[in-house]
Design a protein around this ligand. Structure first.
Ligand SMILES: C=C(O[C@@H]1C=C(C(=O)O)C=C[C@H]1O)C(=O)O
Length: 382
């Protein structure tokens, strides 16, 4: 067969794959309805294990190895679980208006832009974009009613917690209503025809700089210009129209501004992923069928064993912690506010009891929100 002919066949096969994936997604959504009627949990890992084992066997005569089949179906199942969760949670919330106004960092092409679109598209919501220049402005626009939701990055696998966002959460009345993770693949992006050796200036957001610190250490005579967002960095490079000036950001974002990739895989960690939170003025209730996370902040005081006592309460109620973070309390030097993420629904009996007990032993405690957990651990098969 001629090259073009083979490619034509590949194209047809890919089209069929897409149609089958779409069909599978629709079936998974029908399963969500059936589960709702039968009061069943969305995730069924036993079923996933059976399904993976069967597919691995079925793949053998087709010369598809177990590793390949498992990897593909982990992605498919994760999508299916997240789609089902979003559908169920959306129904619980009732009908939304024709569109939602969402505030996030930067404009078209920033990492927050892609994360926002991924999250709300899954919920079949029309988005009105409200791009902002700072985390403070994002939160303010929801507080004042200008936006319905805000999407904020909270932690990253290379640079750790985003302290600015944690500090804002201490003082806002907004509630966390959702979370999502999004891969962050940093690239050097410049004008077409630019050579990596000629660069003299890099434009990027401070978080991006932190996540690519090892790559940047290897460059000499290059000035770093801090930007409000990756889309701001792309715009500057486009406007300056100087081949010695480049941006760091995502490939798809850079493309919007006509920039091309000069280097990729820049992050300190190979799997560079950010976790975002979605906040709104009104808290949500998470359906029982969906695994939930609850985030709260507490100030325990500094007496010996205060934190251990608080964590023991969680242990006694069988509540697992997803994250523990501490941040200084402004105006109280050397005193720390603890941020705790737990795998629990705020309406669970165990969680209600744990919060009552924590209330008694802490000096301050505030629930920041309860939301569907998007930590979909892949089911392993033996
Ligand atoms: C689709 C279902 O829901 C979830 C998704 C699955 C899938 O995509 O195959 C399998 C089990 C569940 O965790 C189901 O229960 O069949």
């Amino acid at each position: 067969m001629e090259l073009n002919e083979v490619r034509e066949h590949i194209q047809q096969t890919d089209q069929q794959l897409l149609e089958l994936l779409s069909k599978r997604r629709k079936l998974a959504l029908a399963v969500a309805d059936a589960k709702l009627n039968q009061n069943k949990a969305i995730r069924d890992q036993k079923r996933e294990e059976e399904l993976l084992l069967r597919l691995i066997e079925a793949g053998k005569p087709l010369e598809l190895d177990a590793h390949y089949v498992t990897r593909l179906f982990h992605v498919i199942i994760e999508d299916s679980v997240l789609q089902q969760q979003a559908k169920l949670q959306g129904e619980l919330k009732g009908m939304q208006g024709p569109s939602v106004k969402v505030a996030y960092l930067g404009g078209q092409g920033s990492y927050s832009y892609w994360a926002t679109h991924k999250y709300f598209t899954r919920r079949a919501e029309q988005i009105v974009d409200i791009g902002c220049d700072s985390f403070n402005d994002i939160v303010k626009s929801v507080e004042t009613g200008h936006a319905d939701y805000a999407v904020l990055p909270i932690e990253n696998t290379s640079s750790g917690s985003i302290n600015e966002v944690y500090d804002i959460l201490q003082h806002t009345r907004l509630s966390i209503v959702g979370e999502l993770t999004h891969p962050i693949d940093h690239c050097v992006l410049g004008l077409a025809g630019t050579n990596l050796n000629q660069i003299r200036q890099i434009c990027a957001h401070p978080q991006v700089i932190a996540q690519c610190s090892q790559f940047l250490l290897g460059l000499s005579n290059v000035k770093v210009e801090y930007c409000d967002s990756s889309s701001d960095a792309f715009q500057r490079v486009q406007q300056k129209n100087d081949p010695t000036i480049v941006a760091i950001g995502g490939e798809a974002g850079g493309k919007i501004y006509g920039l091309q990739v000069l280097a990729s895989d820049l992050a300190n960690q190979r799997d560079n992923v950010s976790r975002f939170i979605v906040v709104a003025r009104k808290a949500v209730t998470v359906a029982k069928a969906i695994p939930a996370k609850t985030t709260f902040i507490m100030f325990t005081g500094q007496q010996p064993g205060a934190l251990v006592d608080a964590l023991t309460i969680l242990k006694q109620h069988g509540i697992s912690m997803a994250k523990l973070e501490s941040r200084p309390i402004p105006g109280n030097p050397w005193e720390e506010m603890f941020y705790v993420d737990v795998f629990a629904n705020l309406n669970d009996y165990a969680m209600t009891r744990a919060l009552e007990e924590l209330n008694r032993i802490t000096k301050f405690i505030k629930v920041l929100g309860c939301y569907p957990s998007e930590d979909i651990e892949p089911t392993q098969v033996s």
